[in-house]
Design a protein around this ligand. Structure first.
Ligand code: SAM
Length: 291
């Protein structure tokens, strides 16, 4: 496999695009370890974001019942198609993943394969383009209701943010969002020499197991994420000032103070020290007219 990716790139005269985050995996062992970590079986429908020329796609297609590969760069499609010749369970979609309605895609693919295949699980596996890692992760978390597992390769710094604990420098809105929807786990690090061209950063594979029910009770998800965004918006300010200055809430400072006091949350704390449970309690104490 190692050799064939380089060969495919050469044969199809592919010039990798930095602006599309193209770093192709060339290490067969790493590919196997990533795909192994998704524990894919013939019952699974797998969505791969950014298949490139198919470094992981072939291994995914060999194990999944159905594979949907969404690649934005039309220049890569001929090489990808050549690499996948011989598989009849793959759909290549030449589209920007951010423009796709994920639930509709899953529904359409399930219907298309009906009679032959009904997915037991829907999984997403991706070596993500690093320039839009957060928007892609957030899109999947917020929009899709039927995905059980995500295996993402991200920049190590992003993995640290996903896995962070309250009070640490890496803890932020991405941490809370991911940990609200999923149980995250670090799988392993991948050094730059496993890719062509080599990225300037260490990469990390993370596995996110989606909760059937979030670990905290939130009355209104929009308010919860508004509170999270406000609290991390001004990291150097106290929680009270960050909430007040965000302008998201129809409350004066005294009213906000009172709300925090009633919850036994010190107004001088920094928002980044709050646990997900505390964010949920705080969000649940705002009434509809306050937001
Ligand atoms: N999966 C391949 C591998 O492991 O070698 C390629 C990974 S490369 C880091 C990221 C891939 O995502 C590239 O093929 C790039 O063209 C594609 N990509 C970038 N932006 C995208 C978008 N918005 N939608 C879909 N694919 C995208």
């Amino acid at each position: 496999m190692n050799k064939s990716i380089k060969e495919l790139v050469r044969k199809h005269n592919i010039r990798t695009s930095k602006s599309l985050g193209q770093n192709f995996l060339i290490d067969d062992t790493i590919v196997k370890r990533i795909v192994d970590s998704a524990r894919i079986s013939a019952d699974d429908m797998v969505i791969e974001v950014g298949p490139g020329v198919g470094s992981m796609t072939v291994e995914l297609a060999a194990r999944a019942g159905r594979l949907i590969a969404v690649e934005i760069d039309r220049h890569l499609i001929p090489a990808l198609t050549e690499n996948l010749a011989g598989f009849n369970n793959v759909d290549i979609i030449n589209e920007d993943i951010l423009k796709i309605n994920i639930d509709e895609l899953i529904k359409a693919q399930t219907e298309k394969a009906s009679g032959i295949f009904k997915p037991g699980n829907v999984k997403v596996v991706a070596n993500l383009p690093y320039y839009i890692t957060t928007p892609i992760i957030m899109k999947f978390l917020e929009e899709s209701t039927s995905i059980n597992l995500f295996v993402f390769m991200v920049q190590k710094e992003v993995a640290d943010r996903i896995l962070a604990q309250p009070g640490s420098k890496d803890y932020g809105a991405l941490t809370v969002a991911v940990q609200y929807y999923c149980k995250p786990e670090r799988v392993f690090d991948v050094p730059p020499h496993c890719f062509i061209p080599q990225p300037g950063v260490i990469s990390t594979v993370v596995r996110l197991k989606a909760y059937e029910k979030p670990p905290v009770d939130v009355i209104d998800r929009k308010t919860f994420f508004k509170v999270v965004k406000a609290s991390f918006g001004q990291r150097r300010k106290t929680l009270l000032n960050a909430l007040y200055n965000s302008g998201y809430f129809n409350m004066n400072k005294e009213e906000l103070k009172e709300l925090l006091r009633n919850l036994d949350i010190d107004e001088n704390r920094r928002g980044e020290t709050l646990s997900i449970m505390q964010f949920a309690k705080l969000a649940n104490s705002f009434s509809e007219k306050d937001c």
